[in-house]
Each structure stands twice: as C-alpha cells, then as structure tokens.
Design a protein around this ligand. Sequence first.
Ligand SMILES: *Cc1c(COP(=O)(O)O)cnc(C)c1O
Length: 384
Amino acid sequence: MSRPTKMVINLAHLRHNLAVAKRYAGKSQVMAVIKANGYGHGAVRVAQALSHESSTADAFAVASVDEALELRAAGITRRIVLLEGFFDPAELEIIAHERLDIVIHSEQQVQQLLIARFVGELSSRTINVWLKVDTGMQRLGIPAEQAAAVQQRLAASDNVGELRLMTHFACADTPEHNANQQQLDVFNQVRKQLPSKLLQSDIETCIANSAALVALPTAMAAKAGDSKILGDWVRPGIMLYGVNPLVNEHPVADDLLPVMTLSSRIISTRILKPGDSTGYGKDWIADRPMRAGIVAIGYGDGYPRHAPTGTPVLVEGKPSRLLGRVSMDMLAVDLTDLPEYGEGDSVTLWGEGLPVWEVANHAGTIAYELLTGVAERVAVEVLT
Ligand SMILES: *Cc1c(COP(=O)(O)O)cnc(C)c1O
C-alpha cells in the first residue's frame, strides 16, 4: 500500500455551496473566486465543476495571468477577472488575446493601460476593466476622491471595453463593525459623482466577498439578496469551499458542506506510561496511562506545525485529539479512550465531520491558510 495521506475533493458539495451563494446573491451575478489553485482544491477542477449546467458561476476570479492561462488552457471560456490586474504592461497583450478582464487599482496601471497599443489581429481589441476604489481598506484601489475622474479617463479610452466599479471591505467578516457602513457610504458617494448618464444603476458594481454576501444585507437592515447593498456582482471565495466566512457562528455554516477532507491512517501505536511523551521535544507529558496512534501526515503535508496538543481530529469518525508536536511526516493522536482502533484505521484532520475552521482556531490561523497550504505530495481523490 502506498502512503495513505490524501485529500478527498467533493465536487457535489462545491456545487451545492455555489447554489447556497446564489441564494444569498439574489439577482446579483456570481464571480467565483478560485485564486491560489482554487483555495488549494485545484483551480481547473473547481472551474470545470462550476461550469456545470446545474450550477454555473457567471465568472471566475484569479490572482494572476498564469492562473488565468491555466484555466483557458483547460478549456474554460467563461469570463475570468484578474483581481490585481496586470503587474507589468507586457502582460496586456496576452490579457487582450485571452480576453481576460482586469481590475485596475492604481494610477500607474491606468496610465499604462491608456498608452498600450495593440497591433495586428489585436488592434481593435478592448479590455474589460473593473475599476477598484479604495473606500477605506487601504490596501489596493484608486482613492475615492479621484475615482470619478479616473472612471471618465478609462471610459474615453479605445483600449477599454466594459467598465465596472468595484471595492473591497476590510471587516466584512465582522458585519456589525461600523467600517462596513462607512465603506459603503464612500462607495455610494463615488457613484453619485459619476457623469449623469452613468449614474447609479447604469454602471455595474461589485463589492461583496463571501462574508459581505452572507451578512451585509442583514447588518444594513436590508433583505438577503438586495442588489442595492450587494452590487450587481458578488465575489464569494471561501464559502464555496464550505467554510463559514464570518468570525462568529452564523446559520450559513449549517447550509455549507465541506469540499476538502484531509485524512491519513494510523501506521503505529504506542502505550504511554505516566511521564512518557511522544515525538519531538518531550514538551507534552502523559499524566496517566495512555495510548497514542502515530498517523502518516505532518507539516510537510500542510498540516499546521503550530497545532497544539488537544487540536481535534477524528479517528474512524470518532472525536479525538492531537498529542505532542507535529513532525514533518507524522503526528500522534490520542487513542486512550478508543481502544478498538489502531494500525490501519483512518484519521480525519479536517473536512467531513470536522470543520477546517475549528482546526484553524486551535492552530492560531484561519481556514484559508490551511486549505491553500496542502502540499503537492498529498494524493488527491475526486468525488464528482
Ligand atoms: C480573495 C478575494 C475575494 C474572496 O474572498 P472570500 O473571503 O474568500 O470570499 C473577494 N474579493 C477579493 C478582491 C479577493 O481578493
């Protein structure tokens, strides 16, 4: 038998989660965020699953031309948006050729796009632009007070095709935070400054990530799916992979289904006397007679090394916990109260039956980091 460390990717659950996102989105179109290799789930398989007739994303969003080209090469013809636009004007030709949409977030990008000249078969090609406005996150975006003027320069350019307005929230995972209302107010101010023929409903907008999609309308005392609050387009990422996007508990967590389940098997067991330890460092000590199972997965597979003793795991579906330090290829779990289990039995590290955010909380990180961090060497099994 080969090394039993694997992640199972459940594409039916992915499609189910898109349907949940669409329910919250109401009339807004859905741009599925599949950057970082589809949050570690495989960007091509995720895009193909979400191009399925029963559950279709209206567009995909990625972080770079390379990520977009991988999708185009796999036959994904749907709209693809580059969330940071181009990093070098040399990329514009391929962007035009592959019909990729770009976010424009800086004055430098505006200038580079306006002076670009496409030649040959691309000479009449335009690029669709999502103009990103910094409404308060202070990461990317044109300053709000300059946005209307930049919008007009872009609208007047032969290089620009469709033009939309976008922003991003800093605190959407905490819906009651007053920064959300402030950012929304700034965004609506920008819209009011646009030339009258573009006012309000005429220019499409895109503002909500998963957390904003799920919780913003309620926080703003509006109905779920209210496109005035959500914008014409929404950009869910993490919820598509089955993760509650909010810091606190929310009913959406019961609707979403885990897409990735990371598991391995017990390859050895140890009886521990009081005072014994397992693994490196001897900083965890058994305080009573115990039994440990050694599992073939470690930080070299993407399991967090900082996960402490007590981090939850499932042994053949039964709740148990991590013991001692995580090694590169192995870790130990508590079998003291599970005497019937041992070598060959399955251990779930997160996924089905064990939400990845619970493991992330124990390890002092977030689900995004765990999902995107699973190593290449972990075998993948796909359920369609
Ligand atoms: C990653 C990303 C998203 C998706 O965020 P989630 O929290 O995963 O829903 C949306 N918008 C932008 C600009 C992003 O970078």
